[in-house]
Design a protein around this ligand. Sequence first.
Ligand SMILES: Nc1ncnc2c1ncn2[C@@H]1O[C@H](COP(=O)(O)OP(=O)(O)O)[C@@H](O)[C@H]1O
Ligand SMILES: Cc1ncc(COP(=O)(O)OP(=O)(O)O)c(N)n1
Length: 275
Amino acid sequence: MKTALTIAGSDSGGGAGVQADLKAFSALGVYGMSVITAVTAQNTVEVRSVQMLDISIIRDQIAAIFEDLPVDAVKIGMLGSAEIVKNVAEELNKYKPKQIILDPVMVSKGGHHLLLTDAIQSLKEKLLPVVTLVTPNIPEAECLTNTKIENIEDMYQACRNLKELGAKSVLLKGGHLEGDPNDLFFDGMQFTWLKGKRIHTKNVHGTGCTLSSAITAYIAKGYSLQEAVKAGKSYITKAIQYSINIGSGHGPTHHFFDIYEKAGLVEREENKGEL
Ligand SMILES: Nc1ncnc2c1ncn2[C@@H]1O[C@H](COP(=O)(O)OP(=O)(O)O)[C@@H](O)[C@H]1O
Ligand SMILES: Cc1ncc(COP(=O)(O)OP(=O)(O)O)c(N)n1
């Protein structure tokens, strides 16, 4: 069985973070493991509070996994602080997993900061050069490159700038720009557009986590990076089409849409979350 590890924060509402990652791993038939960096009190409306975990328990979780279990691919999500970034980078440099996907989580949909501002520099210096793929959304890429991204030309330039900063490959997500959500994949040499059609629903909590963990699962299964990002884009599109209309804010993505489709369940038609 192929395996994947997520190093990320916990979302009590189950839509993002470690919970979304483990659901995506399971839905794609990959054995999931987790290192929790922070606990958030969160639902579909807001992040109420955040408690970052002590460095010692974060390092211990990583060591416990790598000293016993096989890890085919690692996904990194919310890290929270510069100290956590530094220590996670040290542990990864020690155990050297071959495939690391970094979702540089900074701010939740509701505007809550999930990465302290002073940690951004550490993320750029200590993690960006170590990972296989980085998957920023537009505001995260703007922050990492200190530039404005308003159009397609800016997206190309941001990918090149991220490469200059040490990234081996980049998936720049276009969901935050107007129009259809087209993502740009840069393998360090060539660009590939992953085109999407905007789905009009408010239930988009955890989309970034879902996409990066699906890509991680596909890489764990042996897909090439190019195949994995394409398969990940199809997965997130279905996960949003079938997103779950629960809670009074942004409902979560659906990970088991295949089972629903095959069983003829009509969850999508019943989705009152569509705008
Ligand atoms: N309304 C939507 N319809 C279809 N795809 C979307 C929609 N919103 C986002 N996506 C896609 O979901 C993925 C996550 O995108 P994005 O929302 O930009 O990231 P994040 O959740 O990190 O802010 C991307 O592949 C993006 O193109
Ligand atoms: C614990 C935790 N980690 C990450 C996020 C951000 O997830 P994302 O997929 O970008 O989804 P939204 O916050 O945009 O809904 C999170 N909220 N919580």
